[in-house]
Design a protein around this ligand. Structure first.
Ligand SMILES: [Zn+2]
Length: 441
């Protein structure tokens, strides 16, 4: 980029409009100030105590890293006393603040930390109803079972489109205030052709990362005919849902769908241009992770009960293991073994699994704190997994990092270091959020 000047313009169209001709004339006149539109103005965010870039090649060497005790081997590409330059909706420069180029606007970070916006790659936000009583009962000693989903299915079917959308936007606003700038969300509480398609239509108005989960559980309309429901999910329901979705998911679990059913569902989705991701090995050992690797799923989610073969398969694949500690927290279940996965070389993402039954939190910072405290991830690993890891789980390279060319999705913490996300659990540290270059919180 050239500081203080508009970006290079493409060659004019053969017949420019009057407005375009005027703008071109202005930009060519050396005595006129550059004609910036608001969307292409450049903004310098400077006086950043610690900048997480997620590009290790940009991080300081060991002599400088010692100040934060997190430099050696860190994946975060930390830069101290740093600055970021945003132009339009992209990052165009990151580095030492003393070398920052001139810009149109300037924001003083006040010696605080800046990170990429969180990428929440697993949520279930299109639903109605409430499961407070179920949670209360479970916390009083009853075991979690997949059947609780039926309660939400009944409430979701009974809700209007406006009610579903109002709930979705409420949870999205909640997540945004806590630093989530990209989220994936799923259907799965309709389980009819019409109700699944409308959930995805509503979700698609708010995100590109939409997942068809008609195979959440066997619909209560097919109590004695799971094969009939799989036929619906892979047939008429898929046809109605595919236009709104990028991904297809299945809950591969005892009481939901077995390996053969899951393979049939995901294969049908692939044939329609949807890419697979799987709820795998959450409540018990099973075929989900191996199936995810076999089908090149972007992510195997939960990964709580894994054999050595499952870990090896993930380590030798492009499939990300997405860990969802909000679910274990909210069900008092066994934590997934994050250290085993990381030490084997598996790419790990951290997400909320925000849903009304088993993990009703939209807070990525809370999940980071759980991952550090209870899953023994280092703070650096947890922050990487909630940003770059989430991006990998969505097969995205434009988010989850703060390097030139990345989308300008970033968060300002009211703290001098990203480590405070785990060090100060439960404290609302996110004090600024930029999405696509615009400050939104
Ligand atoms: Zn889930």
């Amino acid at each position: 980029m050239t500081p203080g000047r508009p970006p290079p313009r493409p060659a004019p169209e053969p017949a420019p409009t009057a407005d375009q001709a005027t703008e071109d004339a202005m930009s060519n006149a050396t005595t006129v100030s550059p004609a910036h539109s608001a969307s292409t103005a450049s903004t310098l965010i400077t006086n950043i105590a610690a900048l997480v870039t997620n590009d290790p090649s940009l991080g300081w060497g060991s002599p400088r890293s010692s100040k934060f005790e997190s430099g050696g081997g860190s994946p975060l590409g930390l830069i101290q006393d740093a600055a970021v330059v945003i132009e339009g909706d992209h990052v165009v420069w990151t580095g030492d603040q003393s070398k920052a180029p001139a810009t149109d606007n300037r924001v003083d970070a006040g010696g605080r930390a800046v990170l990429p916006g969180f990428v929440d790659s697993h949520s279930h936000l299109v639903f109605a109803g409430d499961r407070t009583q179920e949670f209360n009962a479970r916390m009083s000693g009853r075991a979690y079972s997949a059947g609780g989903i039926r309660t939400t299915v009944a409430a979701t079917r009974a809700a209007t489109d406006a009610e579903l959308e109002a709930g979705l936007t409420r949870y999205l606003a909640e997540a945004l205030r806590q630093g989530t700038t990209t989220f994936e969300t799923k259907s799965g509480y309709g389980l009819t052709v019409e109700d699944e398609a409308r959930a995805l239509r509503i979700a698609a108005a708010h995100t590109d990362e939409v997942t068809y989960l008609g195979a959440h559980i066997v619909s209560p309309d097919y109590p004695d005919d799971p094969a009939g429901y799989v036929s619906l999910v892979t047939g008429e329901m898929l046809d109605a849902c595919a236009p709104y979705a990028r991904w297809i998911d299945v809950f591969c679990e005892k009481g939901a769908f077995d390996g053969d059913q899951a393979r049939a569902i995901l294969t049908a989705g692939k044939a329609k241009g949807l890419h697979p991701r799987i709820h795998a090995n959450q409540l018990s050992y099973g075929p989900g992770v191996q199936l995810a690797v076999e089908l090149d799923a972007a992510s195997a989610d939960h990964c709580t009960h894994l054999t050595a073969e499952d870990v090896d398969a993930l380590a030798n694949s492009r499939t990300v293991a997405t860990l969802l500690p909000g679910a274990e927290f909210s069900t008092r279940a066994e934590w997934p073994n994050a250290r085993r996965l990381l030490d084997a070389g598996v790419t790990v993402a951290l997400s909320t699994d925000c849903n009304p039954g088993s993990s009703f939190t939209s807070s990525v910072p809370f999940c980071i704190a759980l991952a550090v405290r209870d899953m023994r991830m280092t703070p650096d690993e947890a922050v990487w997994s909630a940003t770059a890891g989430g991006a990998a789980a969505l097969r995205r390279e434009d988010i989850g990092r703060l390097t030139p060319g990345a989308r300008a999705d970033l968060i300002l913490l009211d703290a001098p270091s990203h480590v405070h996300l785990a060090y100060r659990p439960g404290v609302p540290l996110v004090s600024g959020v930029w999405r696509r270059g615009t400050r939104v919180a």
